[in-house]
Design a protein around this ligand. Sequence first.
Ligand code: 13P
Length: 255
Amino acid sequence: MKPEMRRTVIAGNWKMNFTPKEAKKFIKEVAPLVAGKDNCDIVFCAPYVTIDAAMKAAKGTNIHIGAENVHFEDHGAFTGEVSARMLKEIGVEYVIVGHSERRQYFAETDTTVNLRTKAALAAGMKVILCLGEVKEQRLSGITDEVVGMQTKLDLAGISEEDLKNVIIAYEPVWAIGTGLTATPEQAEETCGVIRKVLAGMYGKKVAETVTIQYGGSMNDKNAAELLAKPNVDGGLIGGASLVAEKFAAIVNAAQ
Ligand code: 13P
């Protein structure tokens, strides 16, 4: 059982999948399967062009729609980028920031992750802040230092008030899209480390209120065991969020 003061959040990260039409079809399929499951918040983060169609399809359901990234400037000469103000205007509630694919392929750093997080929070959105170690870091035994440093840098200058709108997604990079899942013990241990670092920054009481998800090959088979861990407050799901029955099974596992 999770402490009552923090919410379980099951979020799908569609990555570069689903056109507007495909998203509409998918939401119609998944919505009845997750209807009334109110023990957790349910979110799908969609590619920019798909957001509007997904939101329309999700209207009147318990499904929330988010974006997968956001720029830190309000407007200006940043070709290809989308600002928090733009997302807010169309009603986007959640945004993923700092996903390892952004860090790996698009030169995202803790500094830009921090700026993007601040911009999204200032616009009144909830941030799903992703962090996690790469394989070499886990193998050399420095996971705790890596996630600790990321937590500190990514949240630098973010107030206790704003932290209420931050969800942390612990995503070990070696587990993403690889079929290799962290064991429930590894997930629990590292989510616990992140919570300890949060306690150092904001105090223990505040740290206990922060939702910390696990992400990395979470699926319908392993979700129940991972979500049963006291420091794992939900999941950020890639591949399995594209299959309605699998995603619904994960939501069920969180009930
Ligand atoms: P997979 O569930 O496909 O491993 O992806 C996890 C992820 O990156 C979610 O953000």
